[in-house]
Write a protein that binds this ligand. Structure first.
Ligand SMILES: Nc1ncnc2c1ncn2[C@@H]1O[C@H](COP(=O)(O)OP(=O)(O)OP(=O)(O)O)[C@@H](O)[C@H]1O
Ligand SMILES: [Mg+2]
Length: 224
């Protein structure tokens, strides 16, 4: 399963979620690849701070990377793609390579508007890849604020699902990544750990469920 974290807007938590999701899946015994598709190389830099990550990290930030990403991913149980901001061509390649696109959005109008380009890319890709799935995750949410709830109403109009698991703004996320760690290693912030576990579970469940449903749908089309 290939899961990518994509939003054209910078700083919404793509790298933070990519690293922590990859870490959780590898801790669960899966063979995991993290593709750093951002030429800024944040995930690669994070990996360079460690002796061992528990999963493979490769840098691949090219506009025509989809085929190579799919080839590499075939050797892994899960591939996570950390997509770049402000790079439409690379982002399109990430969408094409994905089974599931996860769009982190901050509780502010700006990040939902900026994700419009990503939504367009997903909708275009869905025209020839009907199994492609997409969902928003509310990221960097501050408490149970009105604006946090409003962001859900704003994106509902797009018809794209929003995962139930929100990611709060927590110091542990920022500090752990800066120090080359994951939230599983950093001062054991139980709330952050729970959030990543909930989100990852939801993404995987959605991916598996929908993939098998669409297989059934295509079988029934064939058999009538
Ligand atoms: N849930 C969170 N709580 C607190 N800080 C966060 C959270 N998620 C991300 N951050 C911090 O916000 C900044 C941007 O996060 P991150 O690098 O994950 O975003 P990004 O979408 O990958 O950014 P870019 O578009 O530049 O690649 C970082 O300093 C990170 O530590
Ligand atoms: Mg990033």
């Amino acid at each position: 399963m290939i899961i990518s974290f994509i939003n054209q807007k910078g700083g919404v938590g793509k790298t933070t979620l990519s690293i922590n999701t990859a870490s959780l899946l590898s801790q669960s015994g899966h063979k995991v690849l993290l593709i750093d598709a951002d030429k800024q190389g944040s995930a690669t830099t994070w990996a360079s701070l460690r002796d061992d990550t528990g999963f493979q990290v490769v840098s691949m930030a090219r506009e025509n990377m989809a085929k190579d990403a799919l080839f590499l991913a075939s050797e892994y149980d899960y591939t996570i793609i950390d997509a770049p901001p402000h790079a439409e061509g690379v982002s399109r390649s990430c969408v094409i390579a994905s089974d599931i696109v996860v769009i982190p959005i901050e509780p502010s109008g700006l990040s939902t508007w900026a994700s419009d380009i990503t939504i367009q890319q997903v909708q275009q890709a869905m025209e020839y890849k009907e199994t492609l799935k997409c969902g928003f995750v509310v990221s960097r949410k501050i408490g149970n604020t009105v604006i946090g709830r409003e962001v859900r109403n704003m994106v509902e109009d797009t018809g794209i699902r929003i995962f139930n698991a929100d990611i709060q703004n927590r110091v542990a996320y920022a500090e752990s990544i800066t120090m080359g760690q994951t939230i599983f290693e950093w001062e054991q912030d139980k709330n952050a750990i729970q959030e990543i576990e909930n989100l990852t579970k939801e993404i995987i469940y959605y991916g598996k469920k929908e993939l098998s449903e669409s297989t059934k749908a295509s079988k029934s089309r064939i058999t009538g």
